[in-house]
Ligand binder design. Structure first.
Ligand SMILES: Cc1ncc(COP(=O)(O)O)c(C=O)c1O
Length: 476
């Protein structure tokens, strides 16, 4: 277990990164009454915080004040820091500071809703895909389905590029936006976003990349205006980038956001208001209604700068090596099936987001045993990507109807799903070994607890066991 260090490391490697992860040495209670180091394999949901982020946020709080409208020194400094954060984010995603802007919000979901509002207001046709997280699917169809269509996925869960071209041809120049994930939160699959951009542009459409999963794991280059491979819009969330302070960003051309009404309106979004008239202000403030989350913006910028300092070659190399190792080892677990195939030799176009099912053991039970008996944090279920999951699991339509009826009755007992282990920059082969050992034991039926299913939540808990969170965290 690495000692936590409050110093900035002179060089970054796996050991120094681990020293800079907040809470890495936290011990969690197990069913057997012992404390055990927590193994965090749920990075696709939220990553832990990086200490440089925590340190800078603490330093910044001494200077923190209201942004934009205050005249005092602290307000001026906070405004400066907020605007600097935009520059750092622009640089992080390879956008063009002359042309592009950053709209800070609370997360990817909010960013996607904001962008969808602009396209829906103009009744514009949008293509998204079957592999999307609900956050890149529901905002586009909020007012109905008529102007939305879905690019298919192949049986192994990859975006079907031929179907994309077919649909763009079929709509004959009427598709205005292709909205695709930069990386799947189920299979880790990374579509060729630059190639997809070129295809979209060829048919006169713009492209949005949902960068929620991608941003902390691969370098992103939005590119220059006019470049056929340019990514026109990008959305990301800081809590998936080691900076959990409630911020996210939408990046795109300033000119685009200068058109149309913002989704959220209120203070900060206008130049002038009379009782009869509203004159919207210029981007990005036009889309940042209310007092901005300056602390979150600073945290996001520090995280972006720290990831760049660690270096993409280390991040990509470490995560790919670990993913190959994890896939190889998981294939050895009896009765374990990886969604999307999980070829250990094919990691160039995927992240370490690994979903699997274990024969004869419900996904919810596997996740519960991992938590209560092994101190391992994973996720289970359909990961807010129901259409994609049902496709990957090959659930026939009549079964889907049965599950839907069950859920509508409030019964989640037998809903289909999988377990997801997702890797971050700080995870190790030893942690993967612990996961694999635990899964092998579960596959053999070796676990201590007697677990009860709550049909309302679909979760399992060990009978007779109570967790006392107040022993670990208190508000006073
Ligand atoms: C691919 C993808 N898109 C969007 C989101 C939504 O992110 P947030 O909850 O931060 O808005 C997630 C969250 O898991 C995701 O994985």
């Amino acid at each position: 277990m690495p000692a936590q260090s409050s110093q900035v490391p002179s060089s970054w490697n796996l050991e120094t990164i681990r020293q800079q992860i907040v809470g890495l040495t936290s011990q969690v209670p197990l069913l057997n009454g012992q404390l055990h180091p927590y193994i965090s394999l749920d990075n696709a949901a939220s990553t832990p915080a990086l200490q440089p982020v925590q340190r800078r946020v603490n330093e910044f709080l001494a200077w923190y004040s209201s942004v934009h409208r205050g005249t005092g020194f602290k307000s001026q400094l906070s405004t400066w820091a907020y605007e600097q954060a935009r520059h750092i984010v622009l640089q992080f995603v390879g956008a063009d500071p002359q042309h592009d802007t950053v709209i800070f919000g609370k997360n990817t979901t909010e960013s996607l809703n904001q962008l969808a509002h602009r396209f829906r207001a103009r009744d514009e046709r949008v293509l998204t895909s079957v592999m999307e997280h609900h956050s890149n699917l529901l905002p586009w169809r909020a007012d109905g389905d008529e102007l939305l269509d879905y690019v298919a996925v192949t049986p192994d869960g990859r975006l079907d590029e031929e179907d994309l071209v077919r649909k763009l041809e079929q709509y004959n120049g009427h598709v205005k936006l292709v909205a695709v994930s930069g990386a799947s939160n189920v299979t880790g699959y990374v579509p060729p976003i630059q190639r997809l951009a070129e295809i979209a542009h060829r048919f006169g459409a713009l492209i949005l990349v949902d960068g929620a999963q991608l941003a902390a794991h691969r370098p992103i280059s939005m590119g220059a205006p006019g470049d056929p491979e340019r990514i026109d819009f990008l959305a990301l969330s800081a809590h998936k980038m080691y900076a959990p302070f409630g911020s996210g960003a939408l990046i795109g051309a300033r000119d685009f956001f200068a058109q149309g009404e913002p989704k959220m309106v209120g203070g900060g979004t206008i130049d002038i208001v009379t009782l009869e008239r509203t004159v919207w202000t210029a981007p990005p403030e036009r889309d940042e209604a209310g007092s901005p989350n300056v602390v979150g913006a600073v945290a996001l910028a520090v995280a972006a700068a720290t990831l760049q300092e660690i270096g993409w070659s280390f991040i990509v190399d470490h995560e790919q090596t670990l993913t190959t190792y994890a896939l190889r080892r998981l294939h050895q677990v009896p009765g374990l099936h990886l969604l999307g195939g999980g070829d250990p030799e094919r990691v160039a176009d995927r992240l370490g987001v690994i979903s699997f099912v274990l024969e004869n053991t419900p996904h919810a039970l596997v996740a519960a045993i991992l938590a209560y008996e092994h101190g391992i944090g994973v996720r289970h279920g359909c990961f807010c990507a129901h259409p994609y999951m049902l496709r990957l699991l090959n659930v026939p339509p009549e079964e889907i109807a049965r599950y839907q009826a069950g859920i509508e009755r409030g019964d989640r007992s037998h809903i289909p799903g999988a377990v997801r282990a997702s890797l971050g920059i700080y995870n190790t082969a030893a942690e993967v070994d612990i996961l694999v050992e635990a899964l092998t034991r579960i596959a053999r039926g070796e676990y201590a607890g007697e677990y009860e299913l709550d049909p309302i939540t679909g979760d399992y808990t060990p009978l007779g066991y109570t967790v006392r969170f107040e022993e670990h965290f208190s508000f006073q």
